[in-house]
Design a protein around this ligand. Sequence first.
Ligand SMILES: Cc1cc2nc3c(=O)[nH]c(=O)nc-3n(C[C@H](O)[C@H](O)[C@H](O)COP(=O)(O)OP(=O)(O)OC[C@H]3O[C@@H](n4cnc5c(N)ncnc54)[C@H](O)[C@@H]3O)c2cc1C
Length: 399
Amino acid sequence: MTKEEFAGARGGRTARRVIVVGAGIAGLAAALRLRQAGWRPLVVERAPARRKGGYAVVFSGVGAAAAGRMGVLPALQARHVGGFDLAYLRADGRPRFTVPRPTVGRLLGDGGLALLRGDIEAVLYEAVRDQAEIRFGATVTGVRQDAGGVDVTFGDGSSERADLLVGADGLHSSVRDLVFGPEEHFRRDLNHVVAAFTLDRLPDGMPERAFSTITAVGRTFTVADLGPGRHAAFFTYGTADPGAELAKGPRRALRQAYPGFGWTVPDLLADLREEDVYFDSVSQIVMDRWSRGRVVLLGDAAWCLSLFAGYGSSLAVGGADLLGAELERRPDDVPAALRAWQTGLRQEVTERQRKGRANTGVHAPRNRLELLLRDLPLRLATFPPVTGLLSRHLSFHDT
Ligand SMILES: Cc1cc2nc3c(=O)[nH]c(=O)nc-3n(C[C@H](O)[C@H](O)[C@H](O)COP(=O)(O)OP(=O)(O)OC[C@H]3O[C@@H](n4cnc5c(N)ncnc54)[C@H](O)[C@@H]3O)c2cc1C
């Protein structure tokens, strides 16, 4: 989109400028929704090009509803794997038990989709790319605001003034550092490490159309088959010192953390391309406020729920949609719209973060008893009362 097109007038006045930092799910959703609300978005993304793949996510609830309103739900549904099993295996690959597709469908609920993170980003990117200016390989180094606007300085030394700055730059947000303070003030480590990456092919012997999981005390390993050419591996394990694990790098850390896992794990780790691995501590971001003046944080930058909540991408899109709605309601008072937006989201974020902390044992049970207690409802998941309970526990549904 050209500068001239951006300068188009709406309702008799020049469209307001929003700078969005980060072209992940939250940033692209914000750019799309604010464009639909009549804003002129500029998106700056640190990566040199759009990221692909990532890991498998369940997308549901407020995210699916918001995607419907934003017009991107059909494209997301087209990438949904359809029915899949939850297969629980022994460390040597032999089956333990399986939650069959129809039950998994009921667990996910009507709107629930199983996707790669990159699917959601790709759909949002396609919807917004001609509606917004998107700069890759760019970052933010300074933010200053006054009553009338916010001045943003970029890594190349240039700067722009905008009416609103959205920090959608993830768990390790630079906008948060610049405007709200250092990450350590807000990060709560859940004492786990996660490694996730896409696979070129489904490992031999892995069940097709399934999320196949091996869990041992303190660690879990899952391969998700989301259809042809769409496979992702995911490891998470407990540790008292996530920083020390991250310092090892994913290959060494995983080899040490998964010694008894035979079958496909050693091959996967031998072939690991470290640069393609998402490798980080499992953390939450807890803040009293997500906006200051004309600067607002969105998605993991604001409230990272952690992967244990299984809801971060959904809430990123839902939060972007609500942000657009509040700005439409209060077009002449950005700080007030941001405060109202925060009030509207606070309860859901608090509840999802609580569930995220409570779900830690589902992924990496701390002892044999926790493992048994994790497995019991899964083994009984086909019984309707248990299906409902489990669905709420896994956070897939709103109620
Ligand atoms: C293994 C795993 C499984 C998950 N499973 C689920 C699930 O089942 N369901 C679900 O809803 N959620 C799930 N989540 C959470 C979900 O993926 C995240 O909450 C969501 O992707 C967050 O999106 P985001 O845009 O806020 O942040 P990010 O995805 O971190 O995107 C931030 C973007 O900002 C860019 N950036 C960073 N710093 C800068 C900078 N200084 N300048 C410019 N750009 C910058 C980054 O390159 C990136 O593109 C899972 C997460 C993980 C790790």
